[in-house]
Design a protein around this ligand. Structure first.
Ligand SMILES: [Zn+2]
Length: 125
């Protein structure tokens, strides 16, 4: 896993005005905290597998809702929401399925962001 590289990218993304708007709050924060990190990781893997990893994802560019699951919010914050963002920020070209290492990298980015949000937001949410 490219740990340092990924952390550096997450820091750059956090300075982007659009990405920085996204935080876990309310129901999504509650879900992340009560279900826990292992469950979030499993959900991230399942959602990425279905909605981002295929060579031609359905409705690419509009496949990631802005709310409803912590992973969706994390995808917008980490530029793993669609194949265009994945290409621009993570250097993963469109038009082919993600390989195992790329899937792992996307899931890792999402999970790190969610864990930070859970720590950041304090007990009041
Ligand atoms: Zn996108």
């Amino acid at each position: 896993m490219m740990t340092d590289d990924l952390d550096a990218l997450l820091q750059r993304l956090a300075r982007q005005r659009f990405r920085a708007r996204f935080h876990l709050r309310g129901r999504e924060l509650e879900t992340a905290r009560t279900r826990g990190h292992d469950t979030m990781r499993r959900h991230a893997a399942e959602l990425i597998e279905r909605r981002l990893a295929p060579a031609e994802p359905t409705n690419d560019g509009r496949q990631t809702p802005y709310r409803g699951h912590p992973v969706f919010v994390a995808q917008h914050a980490t530029a793993t929401c669609c194949r265009t963002c994945l290409h621009r920020w993570h250097g993963i070209p469109p038009g082919r399925a993600l390989d195992g290492a790329e899937r792992a990298r996307v899931v890792e980015a999402i999970c790190r962001w969610i864990e930070r949000e859970c720590g950041r937001a304090g007990t009041a949410g």
